[in-house]
Ligand binder design. Structure first.
Ligand SMILES: [Zn+2]
Length: 236
């Protein structure tokens, strides 16, 4: 007969209680910038990176799984610009923040995250690449999200209006694992055919795009985002 102690030691049980903890913590967090509560997935997680003999600095936890106490901030220049006091309160120590650097760090961390998601999705067969494949995936209802390179002029005409603009054709190709020199190395458009992957890609895109044009001014994230969508997408 299995005793309670055995049950506690069961690794599977340990895993399930961790899962339960993850579920219960996936609700809401407070933004250290504006102080408002928001769904955890709408916020960027920051963790502390202690430096010897200097004020601690923060690093971006784009995968949302780094160890240590985390703080959360909206991916908007406004909230990042005013997060220093909230961070100090959250971490209970002085934290040095350069809002422009932090904004850039968030944008580049989530751009890298997006690239990682695309290459993983490509290997797993969850990405349709190129105009014809994307149109087929849309027709068949498999496309959960369409990603468009900013310089894909032809693909833009045929893409759905809610397509997300990201990077340029070469960058999209690289993220999808095409080597330079491959035939048709540039990729103008791709679609994600897996719901979970599409959700993760959309979130990474929002976090990257919200701070892509970080200038230190209190820009409205939505405005930055739409400006970015109209213009050169992946420029950093
Ligand atoms: Zn905020």
């Amino acid at each position: 007969m299995m005793s309670m102690a055995d049950e506690r030691r069961d690794p599977a049980r340990g895993r399930s209680s961790r899962d339960a903890r993850a579920r219960s913590s996936s609700s809401e967090r407070t933004c250290v910038g504006c102080g408002k509560r928001a769904a955890r997935e709408d916020l960027v997680r920051l963790v502390l990176s202690p430096r010897e003999g200097a004020a601690a600095t923060v690093v971006v936890d784009a995968k949302d799984g780094a160890f240590g106490r985390g703080a959360h901030v909206h991916p908007s220049p406004r909230c990042v610009a005013q997060c220093e006091r909230g961070l100090a309160r959250n971490f209970k120590q002085a934290v040095e923040v350069d809002a422009i650097d932090l904004g850039r760090s968030i944008a580049s961390a989530f751009s890298r995250r997006l690239e990682g998601l695309l290459s993983g999705g490509m290997r797993a067969g969850h990405v349709a690449v190129g105009g014809d494949s994307v149109e087929e995936s849309l027709r068949e209802g498999r496309a959960k999200l369409v990603l468009l390179a900013a310089d894909a002029v032809d693909a833009k005409k045929r893409a759905p209006s809610d397509a997300l603009v990201w990077g340029d054709k070469l960058r999209l190709a690289r993220a999808l694992g095409r080597k330079p020199g491959d035939e048709g190395a540039g990729v103008g458009v791709c679609s994600i055919t897996n719901v979970a992957l599409a959700t993760a890609v959309r979130r990474a895109w929002l976090c990257a795009a919200g701070l892509a044009n970080t200038s230190g001014h209190a820009d409205d994230a939505a405005r930055v985002r739409s400006r970015r969508a109209e213009s050169a997408g992946g420029n950093e």
